[in-house]
Design a protein around this ligand. Structure first.
Ligand SMILES: [Zn+2]
Ligand SMILES: [Zn+2]
Length: 325
């Protein structure tokens, strides 16, 4: 995501900032204009005070577009929950920004509506997942220590809040981009037959002793469990790629003409190869930079030819959807 500018003094503002560091004026983001706007022109989201939501209200509502989609919030009786909820909503706003830039709807033709519930597991286990547009997120995933310990115990190379959201929303867009678009045949050719029992596949996946996977065929171990999981993982990676390329657009680097064209709007780039040609050296570069700082690789994944084919189908389905709309 590119940086934004303060509408009063033009200082650069990050997406999450609630106040300009230059002039101390409030920073309010308007998702319709995809810009920071003057606070006197709009009403701020009612969650601004409690969790620092910096979006403006949807007209006639108390909340912004993002907060309005959260149906259930954790108990705000303890301050830790509030702090974790704040982090969850920050990641969620980045997801909604991606969806807006991709011009994707939040409601399917069959009436399925994207919504969220953020639940604390204080009173029982909470499974992060998706059901008919409703995304459930376990609040504990916002706790760095908790999430990192889960990542290690599940032998994952990458686990983030934003990654969870980009993965879970993938199921909803399977219905919109594949099912409603009648693209089952190409989907099955590339990802496999999704009519195989999902419950059986997941049970077999969790019972599996061998936790290795072949990176030539799947982007992650979890993607091997069922074609739907493979799609959701691949969809998340497509979002990682276009969002990170969008950030590249704002950096002071000299780039060739074709690259600059792609970076004008990576979310809407129609040439898939142009996206990947930019992404591969960028992913390698951020990994090298991270290692120089003693950090883990930012993008610990390999895009093999098979995975590239899957990403290409995601891109094709997105372009086809936009052309129909
Ligand atoms: Zn300012
Ligand atoms: Zn809000």
């Amino acid at each position: 995501m590119r940086e934004f500018n303060c509408p009063y003094c033009r200082t650069q503002l990050a997406f999450e900032q609630i106040e300009c560091v230059g002039c101390r004026m409030p920073a309010v983001f308007d998702p319709n204009r995809i810009a920071m706007v003057r606070s006197e022109e709009v009403e701020s989201c009612s969650n601004r005070q409690i969790i620092g939501c910096n979006w403006c209200r949807v007209s006639n509502r108390y909340y912004c577009e993002s907060c309005s989609l959260t149906r259930v919030i954790p108990s705000t009786a303890n301050s830790r929950n509030v702090w974790l909820w704040k982090r969850v909503e920050q990641a969620k706003r980045r997801l909604l920004y991606d969806l807006r830039r991709l011009r994707l709807p939040l409601c399917s033709k069959q009436g399925m509506q994207v919504s969220f519930e953020i639940l604390s597991d204080e009173h029982g286990p909470v499974l992060t997942g998706h059901r008919a547009g409703l995304i459930t997120l376990n609040l504990a995933e916002a706790d760095d220590v908790e999430r990192e310990s889960r990542r290690v115990s599940m032998r994952e190379t990458y686990r983030t809040l934003l990654g969870h959201f980009r993965h879970e929303i993938g199921y909803f867009y399977w219905y919109v981009l594949i099912d409603e678009a009648r693209l089952h045949a190409p989907f099955r050719l590339v990802f496999g037959d999704e009519t195989n029992s999902y419950d059986d596949a997941l049970a077999a996946y969790y019972a599996r002793q061998d936790r290795s996977h072949d990176p030539a065929s799947h982007i992650s171990l979890y993607a091997t469990s069922h074609p739907w999981e493979d799609w959701a993982e691949t969809f998340a990676h497509f979002l990682h790629i276009v969002a990170t390329l969008d950030s590249l657009a704002g950096l002071p680097l000299s780039l060739e003409t074709r690259a600059r064209e792609t970076l004008r709007d990576p979310y809407l780039e129609s040439d898939f190869d142009a996206l990947l040609d930019l992404w591969s050296p960028l992913a390698r570069s951020i990994n090298v930079l991270n290692r120089s700082l003693g950090l883990a690789e930012a993008y610990p994944f390999d895009i093999s030819p098979a995975v590239k084919g899957k990403l290409h189908l995601v891109h094709m389905a997105l372009v086809a959807f936009r052309n129909r709309a």
